[in-house]
Design a protein around this ligand. Sequence first.
Ligand code: HAM
Length: 445
Amino acid sequence: MPAYRAPRGTRDLLPQDQLAISRLRALGEELAQRYGYHPIATPLFERVEVFERGIGEITDVVEKELFLLAPRDEDGGERWALRPEPTAGIVRAYVQHGMHSWPQPVKVTTTAEMFRYDRPQAGRYRSFWQFDVEAIGDPGPAVDAEIIELADRFYRMAGLDRFTILLNSIGDPVCRPAYVAELTAYYRAHEAELPPTELARLERNPLRILDSKDESTAALNAAAPKVTDRLCDACAEHFAGVVAHLEALGVAYTLEPRLVRGLDYYTRTAFEVFPAGSSGQQSAIGGGGRYDCLVELLGGRPTPGIGFGLGLDRVLLALRDAGSSPEIDAPEPSPVAVVVGSEPGDTVSRLRVATELRAKGLAARAELGTRKLGKQLEAAARDGAHFAVIIGDELAGSHVQVRDLEAGTQRAVAVDDLPRELERATKTHRHGLVEAGPPLAAGEG
Ligand code: HAM
């Protein structure tokens, strides 16, 4: 057992996982750009107040899951926490930089690590990746549908076909208070049936009871008043607009009147995505919604907004569970060439040749050990390289041998021509296939 391990709830992304996450990230960045979102990055940590005001003080994320940083006297007692999600920080930046005077909506995207001091379990980490987009300054409903369609496209392009988008409207400050009061009265009438955790929620944040994992509460929830039956006219019209746009785009969704989301800033549209055959919060592969009061809460003028966060770690888990991750999990491309040498100690020449190839844009590895040529060639083949560049003493160093590792043929190439030759050869060379006109087959073997 090693003395030091990654902290509980975190994990090292070893090359295969890191490569997969990078590919999902690249896919998100490319798609977001296609939809007109611009990259943004905010600090890894913010004043605690940004999260308290933004996400809500009586939410699990703020009450229990914030990674607080130890305060230092010289910072005047400012309290900081690692970001549990990016929306509050992005909206803080929107207000700070006066983005209300930019053309609206301001559409930004980030893919970054988030931190929640959550109880670790499968798919629930204390450090995880989110692909996030935010459109600030557009009241919708068309942009709501556009954002949901973007999420849908992301999953499909990542290779996930079977997932469900749950959709709801949770009203706004006009209609929600009356609904929450009605819901509270309903649960009060059934207090005896509520377990202690839900009773505590009843006092503090009754909407969250709708999210309960407890079985007896689920039965109670099934008969609870539905928020969608209590929307004010403006919210109902907005929701109908979202649905109509989704229908027009052919995006499949399931209406779920009990969907409430775990962050307080949401108004109206709320959605959450689950892979097929799963349920429960920790399997959600993404979620989002509208936050029409958040800019104002963080000190800006009233400005509507909407966005989503997709959990890349969970998308990867879902892809692998479904056995559908070939592209995301494809191995890294092999180096074009490995530079080896007949003189085991001459690492200078090998490194110099490899450096020149890399400077010309070719992926090359140099054998930097001092083993014999035969062993160097074996390692080159194991690397999956197409070619070995063999440095000998030919013509006082002006030529090298280039060996096609698949065909086993080789020929002399002038050092000056090497980058061009390798580039030309890789264009026609298909590793593992017999070539019609092999570029390097005419060698002395
Ligand atoms: P969220 O639902 O809290 O929303 O998180 C979004 C996604 O992040 C989840 O659906 C899940 O895939 C992933 N996620 C959350 N917690 C964990 C965890 N502990 N381990 C692994 N993955 C996790 C938000 O964060 C909002 N900021 C989304 C948003 C953007 N709404 C409007 N704009």
